[in-house]
Design a protein around this ligand. Sequence first.
Ligand SMILES: Cc1cc2nc3c(=O)[nH]c(=O)nc-3n(C[C@H](O)[C@H](O)[C@H](O)COP(=O)(O)OP(=O)(O)OC[C@H]3O[C@@H](n4cnc5c(N)ncnc54)[C@H](O)[C@@H]3O)c2cc1C
Length: 432
Amino acid sequence: MQVKTFWLDTVEIPRPAQQEFPGHVDVAVIGAGFTGLAAARTLAKSGASVAVFDSETVGWGASSRNGGMVLTGLKLPAATLIARYGKEATARMYAASLESINCVETLVREENISCDFARCGHLEVACKPKHFDDFRRSAEAAAREFGHQQRLVPKEQLQSEIGSAIYHGGLVDDASAGLNPARYVAGLARAAESAGAAIFEHARVEEIQREGARGWRIATPRGTLRAKDVLVATSGYTSRVTPALQKKIIPIGSYIIVTEILPEVLAAELSPRNRMIYDSKHYLYYYRLTPDRRMLFGGRAAFFPETASTIRRSADLLRQGMLRVYPQLRNTKIDYVWGGTLDFAFDVMPHAGQLDGLYFSLGYAGHGVAMSTYLGDKIAQSIRSNRTPDSHTGKNPFAAIPFPGAPLGLYDGRPWFLPLAGAWYKLLDWLT
Ligand SMILES: Cc1cc2nc3c(=O)[nH]c(=O)nc-3n(C[C@H](O)[C@H](O)[C@H](O)COP(=O)(O)OP(=O)(O)OC[C@H]3O[C@@H](n4cnc5c(N)ncnc54)[C@H](O)[C@@H]3O)c2cc1C
């Protein structure tokens, strides 16, 4: 078994063109993942000079490590969103979540990115009978409030969707899609570069300083430059370089194993419709077949961000979890294991706006493949039009919602409470 991201074995992410380090740009983008690259592409296409900096390499963060599930909806259920934000604001956010998938599809087509994008739909499976009742209520609410159709699959019909007997029904959403994230981020980088953006790898932004009304001074080991605007697109890897944002984002580990290639008949039995699948627990599992017919199985096996030891432990825990879902895989070899870091805001919502003059987009809570592309584009439009990220146009409804920090300010960016949160979610899964 290799401790390595499977997707990175399917594509060589091209190194950006060598460029002279610029003295001045219109926009400096920190982070070369989906958010930063989608924003850089839009900015460069509109004529702005753009430099993207990554501490590591293109796609090094969550953007090459994820499950490649391009999902409808937000992390929180519609009823919770309506209770918190009201019907109108929730409808705008829900519409944005659907639009974000179209945004990825259009971008893939326009830029000719070969990343196995397919509208295969997603399947959420109920771990308890009560969860299936919740699915019914949530599907009714999605149809009634947002005109979006999902399909309930009762337990007795579930084998048409999944070769597992442990669930109590499912909910299918045909609008969701799947892709190969490493190929996608490689294509996004190429698209941003051909639009005119410069990308600098191994260029950690170490300091950002305000320089009056003129903009910002940005220090990296490769040089110092000035920028009129700065976009922070660092997701779960947000650090002390942007302390105000770091205090609003909890970095949470997520881990994935990938099996050897499965025989065609077995793959078709496990996932007859090739859906993106996840279960209804708080401590959830998510899984899918890869385009070359392996089972990719992920979950929050440890809450802390990835280290050699959390990855090793996760490989065992995830394999046990996979065998509970699919005992058919008991003799199947695991070829890959890896981990990555998710970005959760305290309200479990995406946020894209401006804080202390810096633009940002993050807080995707495991639903970031589509939303990061969408909000990267929207925040770039705000920067270009020199407006505060607004909601009244309906383009970026996430700029209008409050962006809370930790209750009582009990968080300085070091997530000391993660073991407690992990235990709490396990308890919730047992009780609810
Ligand atoms: C294991 C895993 C599975 C997931 N599965 C799914 C899924 O199936 N579907 C889904 O929708 N979402 C999923 N997600 C979430 C999704 O991958 C992320 O929301 C998305 O990739 C975020 O993209 P991003 O560009 O904002 O951040 P990232 O891709 O994390 O990029 C941030 C970049 O910022 C760089 N950086 C940080 N600080 C600095 C600095 N000071 N200077 C320069 N560079 C810096 C980092 O090196 C990094 O490359 C998953 C995430 C993980 C970890």
